[in-house]
Design a binder for this molecule. Structure first.
Ligand code: PLP
Length: 457
């Protein structure tokens, strides 16, 4: 085997041997080359053909919060793994302890960090905690988990069971029972015509109806994204989160918030839930925790949750879970530097300021193009929903959305689009640039979108 760096060689090796995520490979059989990214600096990446791209989705999947090419993170990882690369998670490590201290300092009311490797895995941990609490303290009766339509929590079978995007789930059932859906909260597509606080109240009533139908004593937790990400950048209406918190208290249901996308500065606060003043029992996070420089995720809980696993008479009552690589050791080393960078460079402040610029630009595009039906988001996290007709809100054809994304790519700008799943639901262009984005970067992105919409629609 010759590990040649010749671009043609790499492309052919990739074509012959790589099975890409979420990719239909058929076009690669007939001349289309797989895309290979070779370098990144700041907001930009370069592909193997030398083309420069401005990345408006932080590594394609809203991850690289501090931007590319941060030497200090690379150095921290190298120093740590040279000194101590790995030891199983029954023991602690220095970066593991330090990062947990930093994290808990940013999350008043939460106490314990359980390390894992990916968002899916962190969510699995949370689901297992809820089930184990049910077995230990409620005779196995309080094991149901509520999830919301349009939310996504990961790729494993349990996470898909809790997944509210049908297209992602369609061919992977049967799913784990006891994951129960509640309705989405996209006000733009309110079913009963209500808006604002009335819509929030109706959404909360819909959740309560599900709780009463299933029986509150059978429900262990509700798992929600603070702002639905891949399901269409859905910011819940004012009052929604207060209502969720009240339902959780009233019916003794644990509140599990999935911060895999919104976490670590994306919306301007450290975590998305902090925008809404709620107090979760369990918070899961991944992606931006180390901005993609290392694989790390966390399932963070209160001591009230943690203490339910303490027992000196029953050995089986410990959390019987393990993750070989969870928390060892490059992950927390990277996460520490990542968090320091966000603090030192005030990237949360930048998310708010430059996020406003993004919102203004998208609103201006909405005035110009009748195809944009709704603009929503928070901080450097925004969506523009495309409709064929503003009156009927009929979504723009999915192929045209893909063509807009491809047109931007041709212009050297990477944007995202939601996974259209429910028939007739939403087709939304998505923006989640690194938190270092400047107003000029944003202008560059929205100019590309403007041109793409003009050309395609
Ligand atoms: N939760 C949310 C909200 C996500 O968007 C994702 C991935 O996109 C996940 C969980 C799963 O994370 P991972 O792909 O790291 O398993």
């Amino acid at each position: 085997v010759t590990l040649s760096n010749d671009p043609g060689h790499i492309v052919e090796a990739d074509r012959a041997h790589i099975w890409h995520h979420m990719t239909q490979h058929k076009p690669y059989d007939s001349g289309v080359d797989p895309r290979i990214i070779v370098e990144g600096k700041g907001m930009k990446v370069w592909d193997i053909k030398g083309k420069e791209h401005l990345d408006a989705v932080s590594g394609g999947v809203w991850t690289v919060n501090v931007g590319y090419g941060r030497e200090r993170i690379g150095k921290a990882i190298a120093d740590q793994v040279t000194k101590m690369c790995f030891f199983g998670g029954t023991a602690g490590t220095i970066p593991g302890a330090h990062f947990a201290e930093m994290l808990i300092d940013k999350m008043p009311g939460l106490d314990r960090v359980y390390y894992a490797n990916s968002g899916s895995e962190a969510n699995e941990k949370a689901f297992k905690m809820v089930r184990q609490i049910s077995h230990k303290h409620y005779g196995g009766k309080k094991s149901k988990i509520l999830y919301r339509e349009r939310d996504y929590h990961g790729t494993t079978i349990a996470c898909l069971s809790a997944g509210g995007q049908e297209e992602r789930n369609a061919q992977y059932g049967p799913f784990t029972p006891d994951f129960i859906a509640v309705p989405h909260c996209l006000e733009y597509r309110s079913q009963d015509g209500t808006s604002g606080e009335a819509y929030a109240a109706a959404s909360i009533k819909a959740i309560e109806d599900v709780i009463l139908r299933e029986g509150a004593d059978t429900i262990g937790s509700i798992c929600l994204e603070p702002i639905t990400a891949g399901g269409g950048i859905i910011v819940p209406p004012v009052g929604y989160w207060d209502g969720v918190q009240e339902l959780c208290s009233k019916y003794n249901i644990l509140l599990h918030i999935d911060e895999v996308v919104c976490g670590v500065g994306r919306t301007g606060t450290w975590f998305g839930y902090q925008q809404f003043g709620v107090k979760p029992d369990i918070v899961t996070m991944a992606k931006g925790v180390a901005s993609g420089y290392a694989a790390i995720s966390c399932c963070v809980t209160t001591n009230a949750v943690f203490d339910q696993f303490k027992d000196d008479t029953d050995k089986l009552s410990m959390f019987r879970d393990i993750s070989t690589f969870g928390g060892c050791t490059g992950g927390p080393a990277a996460a520490i530097e990542n968090m320091l960078i966000i603090e030192e460079e005030d990237l949360r402040g930048n998310s708010v300021r430059t996020g406003e610029h993004l919102e203004n630009n998208l609103n201006a595009l909405m005035e110009k193009h009748k195809w944009i039906g709704d603009v929503r988001g928070m901080g450097l996290f925004a969506g523009a929903e495309l409709v064929a007709d503003r009156g009927s809100k009929e979504p723009v054809d999915e192929k045209l959305v893909a063509a807009i994304v491809a047109d931007c790519m041709n212009q050297g700008v990477i944007i995202g689009a939601t996974n259209k799943s429910l028939p007739g639901f939403n087709n939304t262009l998505m923006f989640a640039p690194a938190l270092i984005a400047t107003p000029d970067d944003i202008d560059h992105v929205t100019d590309a979108v403007d041109q793409a919409i003009t050309r395609v629609l």
